[in-house]
Design a protein around this ligand. Structure first.
Ligand code: SME
Length: 151
């Protein structure tokens, strides 16, 4: 399903105030993981600024052991500090990388800003090498902007 047809669905999910926020975030993860073939794992991590850690709050795909990630560790931890998108076409070329599954070939992490502060991120793992383009970056930035509105 193309990004354009996913946008209204995401808006509908996030606007559903009958569901808890965590349930809505999980539904967004499931929508993306189900409809975009190369999105094999989709999750939202949020920062605990005092502890300098990221905490997994919602996901779709295989359960991961990495529910808490220190700032600076792995792709996610680096984005917590850099405030910038991190596109990894080939995870085997990264030395600061936390492997969640041996099947993962590539990853994209996009920070989520609330009131211009980096409070979390969306993380996508793919079993395909080098699948992510600027279209993914723009789309995921938009997803995060929509999520920020309900936080
Ligand atoms: N690969 C990530 C860890 C999270 S898992 O992909 C779910 C990283 O290096 O930060």
């Amino acid at each position: 399903m193309p990004f354009t047809s996913l946008r209204p669905k995401i808006k509908t999910i996030l606007a559903n105030e009958n569901d808890e926020i965590d349930s809505r975030l999980t539904e967004v993860c499931e929508l993306l993981q189900t409809n975009i073939g190369y999105y094999d794992w989709v999750g939202f991590y949020f920062a605990n600024e005092a502890e300098k850690t990221l905490h997994l709050r919602a996901f779709a795909g295989e359960p991961t052991d990495h529910t808490v990630i220190p700032f600076g560790k792995g792709i996610c931890g680096q984005v917590a500090i850099s405030n910038s998108n991190f596109v990894v076409p080939d995870v085997s070329a990264q030395n600061n990388y936390i492997a969640c599954s041996i099947n993962v070939r590539s990853e994209i992490v996009v920070p989520l800003f609330k009131d211009e502060k980096n409070i979390g991120q969306i993380d996508i793992d793919s079993h395909i090498a080098d699948p992510f383009s600027v279209e993914d970056e723009r789309f995921l930035e938009w997803v995060n902007e929509e999520v920020a509105k309900i936080l």
